[in-house]
Design a protein around this ligand. Structure first.
Ligand code: FAD
Length: 519
């Protein structure tokens, strides 16, 4: 592995078997599966942003020193570095357009008159992508969230769990987790199948022997199998400006701009994986002249409703001695327990219930917060999918990286508004079940706040013009070019999508392994 490649014109190979664009968890999943299943294949991964953590791609929350952690977040914010950020979703309530740390927003083109737009659509530009900054919730899709034409979806999700290092017990030592789940279950679980009942949130996080939490980023997805692969190279500060195809329309390589020297090079490749996120993957394809009709369309974000409550009887339930013990063991952190209320087709919201050690709204000075007793409730809603919700690209304007500027057209339908209204009622009911509401009413986040954008390079069972890629993530219109990331998900999901998009990447990587081996 070559994370600190030398600054000279020859840092890129002339030719590889597989070129991967983007070092987020889905690009990393391709590198990992290929390293495991296709030893001997040469793989080059190109990442536009800098390396901000060690091992490369590691979550910045694992950086103990606050100043270094903050510097890593800033270095991930691309053209937005230096702008004010907000640290928790609940805090976006002011209506300001502010990004979460480690991410940046679009300067313009995020909304048009008469449309809702995606005012807080965000991106990260760093080795690890958003997975260096994420919350790491990895629920499985259920009901209509699932991709019905993939018979092997569950096995792929198992693999994604393995790659992301998903656990359910990292917060078992935290106070009140069981209380929260018990109280939620009492008002939710009736008539639900076991898989859809209230439960611990699967999280890509584990606890070390010394008690410290380790959050998974792309470093965990890459794993030792990739880091030890002598045929794998990671090139940071390397922007891919074009995917190259041959005269027959097949993958031929990439054009990459070394952001240190400013020089552009060509790297030939037998397969190209574009894993640049749901906005920049279609951007790069469009810039390359690869423009299938569904490209950028069916864009969907999960409308998000938030509310806060305070656990009833917290003082009585957590005697001081037990709280001190928990704090000494380091079980508490920015959030100290996450519970899951799964999506169902009848109740079409995904609930992410986080226990916090600080209140998102000011409490009286003489009102100390029992750690873990503040409960931040979030419900994510599945979007009513429409082809006209889309990201387009300008012929005559560029973004801060010199790539075609994005123009987002996005509307919430009457059905979306009805679902959001229902979610607002439901979240108040859940908040009251857990404890005493802190907020006077729920807050609906501005579109884009979920950080879960999907559909723009969607997968389809057949090439019917409504999808961009095959069930193996290979472009219908450019064999050998694969797409990865949340943009590939064709369904309207409400659950956090990364586990699903890593699962889809596993399938694509296996396809590359077998198809290139046979040539
Ligand atoms: P990304 O992680 O976005 O990585 C894409 C990378 O590609 C970027 O580093 C970018 O710089 C690079 N790139 C783009 N274009 C080019 C180019 N032309 N050349 C070279 N490089 C390029 N998801 C969940 O499922 N659960 C959660 O709990 C959750 N919480 C989140 C909390 C926060 C604060 C944030 C920021 C995100 C959260 N997400 C969560 C979203 C999750 O992080 C993303 O779904 C996931 O990282 C997407 O992976 P990806 O590989 O598709 O893209």
């Amino acid at each position: 592995m070559n994370p600190a490649a030398v600054d000279d014109a020859s840092r890129y190979p002339a030719e590889v078997d597989v070129a991967i664009v983007g070092s987020g968890p889905t690009g990393a999943a391709y590198a990992r599966i290929l390293s495991e299943e296709a030893p001997g294949f040469t793989i080059a991964m190109f990442e536009a942003g800098p390396t901000v953590s060690d091992p490369p791609g590691a979550h910045v929350k694992n950086i103990e020193d606050p100043a270094r952690r903050s510097a890593a977040q800033r270095a991930s914010e691309g053209p937005g570095a230096g702008a004010d950020t907000v640290s928790s979703p609940g805090a976006v309530k002011s209506g300001d357009r502010r990004a979460r740390p480690g991410t940046f927003l679009l300067d313009d083109g995020y909304a048009f008159p008469g449309e809702d737009g995606l005012p807080v659509a965000a991106m990260s530009t760093n080795v690890g992508g958003m997975s260096a900054h994420w919350t790491a919730a990895c629920p499985r899709p259920g009901g209509s969230e699932r991709i019905a034409f993939l018979p092997d979806l569950d096995e792929l999700l198992d693999e994604a769990d393995r790659l992301l290092g998903v656990t359910t017990d990292a917060f078992d030592g935290s106070p009140f987790g069981a209380v929260v789940r018990e109280r939620l279950a009492a008002v939710v679980d009736d008539d639900r199948a076991p898989a859809a009942r209230v439960q611990r949130m699967p999280l890509a996080v584990h606890r070390r022997a010394d008690g410290r939490l380790v959050w998974s980023g792309s470093d965990v997805v890459l794993g030792e199998a990739t880091r030890a692969n002598p045929d794998f190279e990671l090139h940071d500060e390397s922007l891919v400006t074009r995917v190259l195809v041959d005269d027959a329309g097949r993958a031929a390589g990439v054009e990459v701009r070394d952001r240190r020297s400013g020089e552009t090079h060509t790297v030939r490749a037998r397969a190209v994986v574009v894993a640049g996120d749901a906005l920049r993957t279609p951007q790069l394809l469009w810039a390359s002249g690869i423009r299938p009709p569904a490209l950028g369309r069916y864009l969907n974000d999960q409308a998000q409703v938030v509310f806060a409550s305070r656990i009833r009887d917290a003082e009585r339930l957590a005697p001081a001695a037990a709280r001190d013990q928990v704090a000494a063991a380091g079980a508490l952190s920015e959030q100290s327990g996450v519970s899951w209320v799964p999506f169902t087709d009848d109740v079409p919201f995904h609930g992410q219930i986080m226990q916090l050690d600080a209140s998102p709204v000011p409490l009286a000075d003489d009102d100390p917060v029992v750690p873990g007793s503040i409960v931040g409730l979030g419900l994510f809603c599945a979007k009513d999918l429409q082809p006209d919700d889309r990201v387009e690209f300008a012929e005559d304007a560029t973004d801060a990286y010199g790539m075609p500027a994005m123009r987002i057209h996005y509307r919430l339908t009457d059905r979306d508004h009805a679902v959001i209204d229902r979610a607002r009622e439901e979240i108040v009911r859940l908040g009251a079940a857990v404890g005493e509401p802190i907020d006077s009413r729920p807050f609906t986040m501005p579109p884009g706040a979920s950080l879960h954008y999907q559909g723009t390079t969607r997968m389809g069972e057949t090439d019917d013009g409504e999808s961009v890629c095959t069930p193996d993530s290979e472009l219908w219109s450019a064999p050998g070019v694969y797409v990865a990331g949340n943009g590939v998900i064709p369904t309207a999901t409400a659950c956090n999508p990364t586990l699903t998009s890593v699962a889809l990447a596993v399938r694509g990587a296996r396809r590359i392994a077998t198809s290139l081996a046979s040539k």
